[in-house]
Design a protein around this ligand. Structure first.
Ligand code: UDP
Length: 319
């Protein structure tokens, strides 16, 4: 019997973003094939999905030839270490999954006649000389710096995706994802939000890098998932920025987290990592116009929900 059910492959499906996407596509009635080699992803993120009749998990490194049985309607390529700490621990895997992995995921989409969506990143803009960053900006990336392994892999991935679109006529989508946070982020992934939350909840000092005046614009996970879902179904080949333009300095973010967590931890200053971008804020006009999308969850609300999730996972009771 021919299945009429829609079917998606999500690489990196056991990661933070990927696992929330698995949830969303299952809710929408899709069959979900989640592929992950668990390098930085974890089965904890998808444990609740085992036994779901439309969910399948394969532990596999997508830098190798990728085979999936049966029909596939869409391939979402989310596999990659994604925090600066992780991609500096795994520089070669990061380069491989962004380059070879993207090639394999594109090849799978082509073989299946499926739509392809690339998880790209605001890191393609590097340390931006234009603020806020619109999709037209080509970026300011140090190719040989410590962050280059991620930035250049994603830039290559975008180029490869466009080549498959132009040369093979593949239906492709590119999401340029800005800093995203929420429940299930790894407690030790090294990023600002999880680090500050864990420090605040444990009563340890919050480690702000540099003078803390560098900025980021942070998007709550449910908003990001909505944007990605809409982008997949829209007719937009050009890259689309997805993120929350609500910009904040890192030291102000640390204070906000400390306050919401009800913590009295001190804030201490640590050296600024090499090539740490000075500013970052998405221009989301394209997403607003073409997807009718914009973030709906305020930073306070998002942080509150995230802190509750961290409390639970750390075994710290709600006050
Ligand atoms: N940061 C910080 N303290 C930490 C972790 C990160 O001050 O314990 C800073 C980091 O140097 C950067 C910003 O917070 O300026 C955001 O870092 P993150 O790792 O979350 O992501 P990035 O946007 O740099 O990829």
């Amino acid at each position: 019997m021919v299945s009429i059910r829609r079917r998606v492959v999500i690489t990196g499906g056991a990661g933070f973003l990927g696992s929330h996407l698995c949830d969303r596509f299952l809710q929408e009635g899709y069959e979900v094939v989640c592929i992950d080699n668990l390098l930085t992803g974890t089965l904890d993120n998808i444990a609740h999905l085992f036994g779901h009749p439309r969910f399948r998990f394969t532990c596999y490194d997508v830098t190798n030839f990728l085979y999936v049985e049966g029909s596939v309607d869409a391939v979402l390529h989310f596999a990659s270490p994604a925090s600066p700490k992780d991609y500096q621990i795994y520089p070669i895997q990061t380069l491989k999954v962004g380059s070879l992995g993207t090639h394999k995921a594109l090849g799978l989409a082509k073989a299946k006649g499926a739509r392809f969506l690339l998880a790209s990143t605001s890191e393609v803009y590097g340390d931006p000389l234009v603020h806020p960053q619109s999709e037209e900006y080509w970026g300011n990336v140090n190719p040989i710096g410590v962050r280059g392994v991620y930035d250049e892999a994603k830039r290559f991935a975008e180029a490869m995706t466009m080549a498959y679109h132009r040369y093979h006529g593949l239906q492709t989508r590119i999401a340029r994802i800005f800093n995203t946070y929420g429940p299930r982020m790894r407690l030790d992934d090294g990023r600002a939000i999880p680090t500050f939350i864990v420090q605040a909840l444990r009563g340890e000092p919050l480690t702000v890098h540099g003078d803390g005046l560098q900025t980021r614009s942070v998007c709550y996970i449910s908003d990001m998932v909505e944007g990605i879902f809409r982008l997949l179904h829209a007719e937009v080949v050009e890259p689309v920025n997805l993120g929350n333009p609500d910009e904040i300095s890192i030291v102000a973010l640390a204070r906000e987290i400390r306050e919401i967590a009800g913590s009295s931890s001190p804030i201490v200053f640590a050296p600024l990592p090499v090539d740490d971008p000075r500013v970052r804020r998405p221009d989301i006009h394209r997403a607003q116009e073409l997807l009718g999308w914009e973030p709906a969850v305020s930073r306070r609300e998002g942080l509150h929900r995230t802190i509750e999730d961290f409390r639970r996972r750390l075994g710290i009771a709600t006050r």
